[in-house]
Design a protein around this ligand. Structure first.
Ligand code: KIV
Ligand code: ZN
Length: 528
């Protein structure tokens, strides 16, 4: 990583703090897709997960550590040796790696959560940092809830952490409590008071509970912090973390005011990354979200429109193109060739080795036959569904048929799906066509979940948009999510529900593996 004193290290925690706040956990493939997009964006450090927390997290951190070539992979660990060791193991494939260990330092956390005193937590932090230095010389230490920590205790902890070998000291405003001048003051105080502070990079990690996360992070860098921890689209616990796109755009746009501070973020890739993260996490971007919301560059009032027509800069501080919004929606038809598809995906930032062009083209032609015009966002949706299927899914939809109508017709569905290499076929009725399909899938898969939410919306614009269905289901006191996309909303419903059932199967496989067993798919007619 560059040693340039004006370089602000961008540490992204979408896959850790962001993921921990999602309704469902992401699959390994999804995490890899996000990590690759963040690396393309120019993120310096990617916090890939919390390896001790689950086998899934351990494997994802390991896979991401083995994949990244430019960004530094990082894993989170409580200040406990077993956590640090799991982290060190998960990261060991990476030539450069960071272990991030933390302990809470505010009075309320030390007294009521940890039930320890300051001397004890300092000893734990020092032991954890020393253990981490056996695996890497890039060790980050965080004082959780630093924003509410007495300054003298914070200084003592930071000094001890640096002496023990921490090379980055992170100051989180864990509960988003501080105001910008106050938070900037904490950073300044540390800079002026801690004797060995120059041996470490000062970092900040701000939550957005009072809507201050971006402002607090910017004030911190004006006071000497040189790393900002953030999430794409402002994801994260509760009201979220500082949003990556906001700090990156602000540091770039206000570089003169910020006296030449800069990041390595490729601003023109912001829109693409925001879109990939939103699709994969299934967290829509609010229309009014700064930088990446659909209204961020649209002008509604007559006075504004008039101004923009005369000179865009009257009401636009950034151009949409500078953050990667092209403004042109590309469209294709059944006459478009493979080359067109490839160049369209190239422009959207999908390299040719990230998908199977022949398979994609086959699906594109089928979609173009059904839909006429295919837009770039449809192509992306196709790619997304293909990747979902490649996830070694337990059940894959083959075909379905529904009979439904008014005047007392009982809706009946027949569904055929693949369970491994074998097909299963069943029929069932329901109180509507979607209910009939879902009942049939329950019979076919043998997995009975409780449907919590079912949401349908258009993916794209106009009458020929694809239907996107999102469902959440409960099984084993946990919530699982599924998404399906199709020109046919009933098919989208079936795909979404099967996707959720597949997530349940993944969970059951992990549970069985923990007991040293192999999970077998239930036979038709049995219910788990
Ligand atoms: O908000 C927080 O304090 C955290 C730490 C683990 C860095 O997420
Ligand atoms: Zn956090």
């Amino acid at each position: 990583m560059t040693q340039d004193p004006d370089h602000i290290v961008i540490f992204d925690t979408t896959l850790r703090d962001g993921e921990q706040a999602l309704h469902q956990s992401l699959s390994l493939r999804q995490k890899l897709q996000i990590a690759e997009a963040l690396e393309e964006l120019g993120v310096d450090v990617i916090e890939a997960g919390f390896p001790i927390s689950s086998e899934g997290d351990f494997q994802s951190v390991k896979a991401i550590a083995g994949t990244l070539t430019r960004s530094i992979p990082c894993g989170l660990a409580r200040a406990l040796e077993k956590d640090v060791e799991a982290c060190g193991e998960a990261l060991k494939l990476a030539p450069r790696r960071r272990i991030h260990t933390f302990i809470a330092t505010s009075e309320i956390h030390v007294r009521d959560k940890l039930r320890k005193d300051y001397g004890q937590i300092r000893d734990m932090a020092v032991a954890a940092i020393k253990c981490a230095t056996k695996y890497t010389d890039d060790v980050e230490f965080s004082c959780e809830d630093a924003g509410r920590t007495p300054l003298d205790e914070l200084c003592r902890m930071v000094e001890a952490a640096i002496d023990a070998g921490a090379t980055t000291i992170n100051i989180p405003d864990t509960v988003g409590y501080t105001l910008p001048a106050e938070f900037g003051g904490i950073i300044r105080h540390l800079k002026n008071t801690v004797p060995n502070i120059d041996k470490a990079v000062l970092s900040v990690h701000c939550h957005n509970d009072l809507g201050m996360a971006t402002a607090n992070s910017l004030t911190a860098i004006q006071n000497g912090a040189r790393q900002i921890e953030c999430c794409m689209n402002g994801l994260g616990e509760r009201a979220g973390n500082c949003s990556l796109e906001e700090v990156a755009a602000a540091i770039h746009l206000r570089r003169e005011y910020l006296k030449g501070l800069k990041t390595g973020i490729h601003l023109e890739k912001i829109a693409r990354t925001a879109n990939i993260v939103s699709k994969i996490t299934n967290e829509p971007i609010p229309a009014h979200k700064a930088i990446v919301g659909s209204n961020a560059f649209s002008h509604s009032s007559g006075i504004h429109q008039d101004g923009v027509l005369k000179n865009r800069e009257t009401y636009e501080i950034l151009t949409p193109e500078s953050v990667g919004f092209s403004g042109n929606v590309m469209h294709m038809t059944a006459r478009s060739g493979r080359h067109m598809i490839k160049s369209c995906l190239d422009q959207m930032g999908y390299p040719p080795d990230s998908y199977n062009l022949s398979e994609l083209y086959k699906r594109f032609l089928a979609l173009a036959d059904r839909k006429g015009q295919v837009y770039d966002y449809d192509l992306e949706a196709l790619l997304f569904s293909m990747r979902q299927e490649e996830d070694d899914e337990a059940f894959v939809l083959d075909q379905f048929n529904v009979v439904s109508g008014s005047g007392g017709v009982i809706p009946v569905a027949s569904v055929r799906l693949f369970a491994g290499r074998r097909t299963r076929t069943e029929s069932a009725y329901g109180n509507g066509p979607v209910d009939a399909i879902l009942n049939t899938i329950v019979r076919l898969t043998g997995i009975k979940t409780k449907l919590l939410t079912y949401k349908i919306e258009a993916n794209g614009e106009g009458r020929d948009a694809l239907g996107r269905v999102n469902v959440t289901v409960e099984y084993d006191n946990r919530i699982f999510h599924g998404m399906g996309l199709s020109t046919d909303i009933l098919e989208a419903s079936a795909l979404a529900y099967i996707n959720a059932v597949n997530a349940v199967v993944r969970h059951l496989r992990v549970q069985a593996a923990r007991k040293g067993k192999t999970f077998k798919l239930p036979a038709i007619g049995t219910l788990l």
